[in-house]
Write a protein that binds this ligand. Structure first.
Ligand SMILES: Cc1ncc(COP(=O)(O)O)c(C=O)c1O
Length: 441
């Protein structure tokens, strides 16, 4: 779509806006494809459209912004770049505290001659503006086909205004609020959380609870992981509260698809701000890890994935097991031929059941001993073997499996059902972790 330029520009035949204010609104809708691929066949899914409110321009009047100190440094820098003053207040104080950003803003508005406080939490212009503009835009952009609106909620102005405009045109439209865990809007007990711009510890006057048909409560961890997915998979650089909204949108898409009601539905999700505001937070692995929001690869990957992914010689069977009756010389030849360092030993000549595993041999141990006593190579494996390797279910995580290795054992036998599925050595762990970047939890 093209943006609508100011009238004077249209009359002149050229396409430009008279001022940056003429470019507020008319943000585009973009279809989301990849993020919902796992939620069922595409032809049974609702159409999911994201409204890129993040593309609205910022800046304008001389301003003093009073904000909580949990807000990202990018936001503070951005406001200062526009020439605004920024006053930071502590996040974790009650709204009525004289230190809270609500109280400080009120005081500044009172004390500075001619000051005007937009008062986003109580000023009805906030929901009214969305009722006049954003809501009708969504109606027109979807040709009235929108059936569900999903928005993360802070002041409530966005969801209240859009919902009023849409429900006036079609009362059956469902409105879904997305709220951080720890916000009272969806009825949770107030406690600190890291997602910025959404959730509250009080009910703002700009939010009308009657417009919300359903709430989805979203943790910081899920919101940030989803924001990163929106960026990587859809190419839309998304902030944390976009993640909150998208988690809820996916829930809605999943439920509609499973109920067989996806075909006709059009879900619009609001994406409020850009991930550029959170490069030092949501998009900074160190910050994410320091806040326990980025799981290590070991905590999210299963031993079975390591087995499936590791690079091995093409002719190497998944598990090689020596028999107690094999000659040590033959077992050493097998270790060398396949380039492996450990073999479980079975007393079971017929099958490879886990119960038959009675010992293990290692290349290093055998070679050292054979060097000192060459007659060893003619003896049986059963005579010289070491204790059995610890067994671990292939379904456990690498972290759980690695804990067993810290006991001093050089390797583990991964097990599926009553069969060994593979031998995993310390080196396998190291190689796997070195080549896999950490992924969001
Ligand atoms: C980053 C961000 N996301 C979402 C919202 C929620 O919008 P509303 O306050 O209209 O509920 C805000 C509000 O300022 C915000 O700053």
């Amino acid at each position: 779509m093209t943006r609508v330029a100011g009238l004077s520009a249209i009359l002149a035949g050229m396409q430009y806006a008279e001022t940056i204010l003429d470019l507020v609104g008319r943000t585009p809708l973009v279809r989301i494809h990849r993020l919902t691929r796992d939620l069922g066949p595409a032809d049974r899914q609702p159409m999911l459209l994201a409204k890129l409110e993040m593309l609205n321009p910022g800046g304008g009047y001389r301003c003093i912004f009073v904000m909580a100190d949990k807000q990202s440094s990018e936001k503070q820098q951005l406001l200062r770049a526009y020439g605004a003053e920024v006053v930071l207040c502590p996040t974790n104080v009650a709204p009525e505290s004289p230190e809270s950003y609500y109280s400080v803003a009120a005081r500044l508005a009172r004390d500075i001659p001619g000051a005007f406080k937009p008062d986003q939490y109580w000023n009805q212009e906030n929901p009214d503006a969305h009722e006049r503009t954003t809501g009708p835009e969504i109606w027109e952009q979807t040709e009235g086909r929108v059936t569900h609106l999903v928005a993360s909620v802070g002041t409530g102005g966005t969801i209240t205004g859009i919902a009023r405009a849409l429900k006036a045109r079609n009362p059956r439209i469902q409105v879904i609020g997305a709220d951080p865990e720890g916000s009272v809007l969806s009825g949770d007990t107030a406690r600190p959380y890291l997602t910025e711009g959404v959730g509250e510890d009080f009910l703002p006057g700009t939010y009308d609870p009657a417009v919300v048909d359903r709430w989805v409560r979203v943790s910081d961890r899920d919101a940030f992981a989803m924001a990163r997915r929106v960026t990587r998979e859809e190419g839309i650089l998304a902030g944390g509260s976009c993640g909150t909204a998208m988690v809820a949108a996916r829930d809605v898409v999943r439920d509609l698809t499973q109920a067989g009601a996806g075909g006709e539905a059009v879900v619009v999700v609001i994406l409020p701000d850009t991930g550029r505001n959170y490069l030092s937070k949501v998009y900074n692995d160190e910050w994410m890890r320091a806040n326990g929001l980025l799981a290590t690869t070991g905590a999210t990957t299963r031993v079975s994935e390591l087995l499936a992914d590791r690079h091995r010689a093409p002719d190497l069977p998944p598990v090689v097991v020596a028999r107690t009756t094999d000659r040590v010389g033959d077992a050493i030849a097998v270790l060398q031929a396949y380039g492996i360092s450990q073999l479980p030993v079975s007393e079971d000549a017929e099958g490879d059941a886990v119960v038959g595993l009675v010992g293990s041999i290692s290349e290093r141990g055998l070679l050292e001993r054979a060097f000192r006593d060459p007659s060893l190579v003619g003896r049986t494996v059963g005579e010289v073997m070491d204790p059995p390797l610890p067994l671990v279910e292939a379904s456990v995580t690498l972290d759980e499996a690695f804990a067993l290795l810290s006991g001093g054992s050089p390797a583990l036998v991964a097990v599926r059902g009553d069969r060994p599925a593979g031998v995993v050595t310390k080196l396998d762990f190291l190689e796997y972790l070195a080549h896999r970047p950490p992924r969001p939890a």
